[in-house]
Design a protein around this ligand. Structure first.
Ligand SMILES: Nc1ncnc2c1ncn2[C@@H]1O[C@H](COP(=O)(O)OP(=O)(O)OP(=O)(O)O)[C@@H](O)[C@H]1O
Ligand SMILES: [Mg+2]
Length: 403
């Protein structure tokens, strides 16, 4: 674009030549104009191209930034208070108070799942399916259970504390003596005897991260994901050591191998194999203890019982008479009970009852008092409650026999 109008000499000698010059100038102008048009088109194209690159750059910068960010943690909103939002982190179960913007606050409700950053600020709320995995592993610490709420299995409580709690509290002691701390315990025994309760009490007692997974949930709710969940479970524990992993109803994933070759079975098998291999990796497992529980000990695959997997098999039996008396006392603690209620006699009467049965008898006795418009529960209420629960049980047994 070096040609400009200035460069051209303008001759004024005669009319004919003037005319010629004007014509040539007009021609030239036309050329210049079309050139100008062309350049403008090119400029527009270049601009558009530039925009495209600009956008790409922005996208890449954003992605780069995201990659450099530290990971977010999953938490559940507990409560919206005036001071801020109370959240509970999954995995370690710690509660925290965090501030949020007005806008975000409007979107939040208790029980919402959110992603929080290192400083526990809420970054975003999560879609439900984003974190089924995190939810499965969440610990249920409420209502709180303490060792004092468990009756009749003192020795078992001691044994669990010795194998799970002590090594976590005093790892040096084992190092000094030169032995490996126990890796895990398996609680087994009839239904309703306090196995799950005992694990929950450990969760309340220890400062370690407590991660829970129910075997039945693994198998029925997260079909196809069992093995991966087990891997994630141990990974989560490794990241949050010291940690206790509680696998309740372990029979659901560690039952004897059967002949049948349904796909469901194969899935359970894979889940169990993953569990076994995680348990074997004890060397690099670090400060992680395992508690498992089952009421189907007979059904367990022997592989899971092999030495090195569970150090202790702890049987939680049905309570004896003294145990039953203790459990009656525990479950009537917050009830108003008539002075002449004799817990010793109740315990003798409820021969063969489990802890769960006794709890049901106490609740039912309370119901009898309410029906009778009384606030105090009498010996006769307990007796009637026991009879009612007995017959219910029998009915159930009958229907089971005929089923
Ligand atoms: N030893 C006990 N002392 C006091 N309460 C008990 C005891 N055992 C059971 N209970 C009562 O029964 C309820 C169920 O007990 P828990 O869930 O611990 O049984 P479990 O042994 O895990 O049974 P399952 O094998 O069916 O899972 C408890 O919430 C508690 O109220
Ligand atoms: Mg249980």
């Amino acid at each position: 674009m070096t040609d400009t109008v200035d460069d051209v000499e303008l001759p004024y000698d005669d009319d004919a030549s003037k005319q010629e010059k004007v014509e040539s100038l007009e021609e030239r102008l036309e050329v210049l104009e079309s050139q100008n048009e062309e350049m403008r088109d090119k400029l527009l194209d270049a601009n558009a191209e530039n925009n495209k690159y600009q956008q790409k750059l922005e996208r890449l910068t954003h992605e780069n930034k995201k990659l450099k960010q530290s990971p977010l943690f999953v938490a559940t909103v507990q409560e919206l208070t005036d001071e801020g939002v109370i959240i509970k982190q999954h995995g370690n179960n710690q509660e925290a108070l965090t501030e949020v913007t007005e806008e975000m606050r409007e979107d939040l409700e208790p029980d919402d799942r959110v992603a929080v950053n290192n400083s526990l600020s809420i970054v975003k709320t999560l879609e439900d399916e984003t974190d089924v995995r995190a939810r499965v592993m969440q610990v249920d610490r409420s209502p709180e259970v303490t060792y004092g709420d468990i009756g009749g299995i003192k020795e078992q409580i001691e044994e669990v504390r010795e194998t799970v709690e002590m090594p976590l509290r005093n790892p040096d002691m084992f190092e000094d003596v030169g032995i490996d701390p126990p890796s895990g315990v398996l609680l087994h025994g009839p239904p309703g005897t306090g196995k799950t309760m005992l694990a929950k009490a450990v969760a309340n007692q220890t400062d370690a991260t407590f991660i829970k997974m129910a075997g039945s949930e693994l198998v029925h709710k997260f079909i196809g994901e069992g093995a991966k969940l087990v891997r994630d479970l141990f990974e989560l524990a490794r990241q949050h050591q010291p940690a206790v992993i509680f696998v309740d109803e372990i029979d659901a994933i560690a039952a004897k191998r059967t002949e049948s070759k349904t796909s469901g079975d194969a899935e359970v098998q894979r889940t169990m194999m993953q569990l076994l291999s995680e348990m074997d990796g004890f060397e690099d497992r670090g400060e992680i203890r395992i508690i498992a529980a089952t009421n189907r000990f007979d059904m367990l695959d022997r592989a899971i019982l092999r030495p090195g997997r569970f150090d202790r098999l702890i049987e939680v039996p049905e309570p004896d008479e003294a145990g039953r008396e203790q459990i009656f006392r525990i479950h009537t603690r917050s009830m108003s009970v008539d002075d002449n209620v004799d817990f010793g006699r109740l315990a003798a009467m409820a021969e063969g009852a489990s802890g769960a049965d006794i709890k049901a008898i106490c609740t039912e006795a309370g119901m009898f008092a309410i029906r009778d418009d009384r606030t105090e529960v009498r010996m006769s209420d307990f007796r009637e409650a026991y009879e009612k629960i007995q017959t219910e049980d029998e009915d159930e047994d009958v229907s089971r026999t005929f089923a």
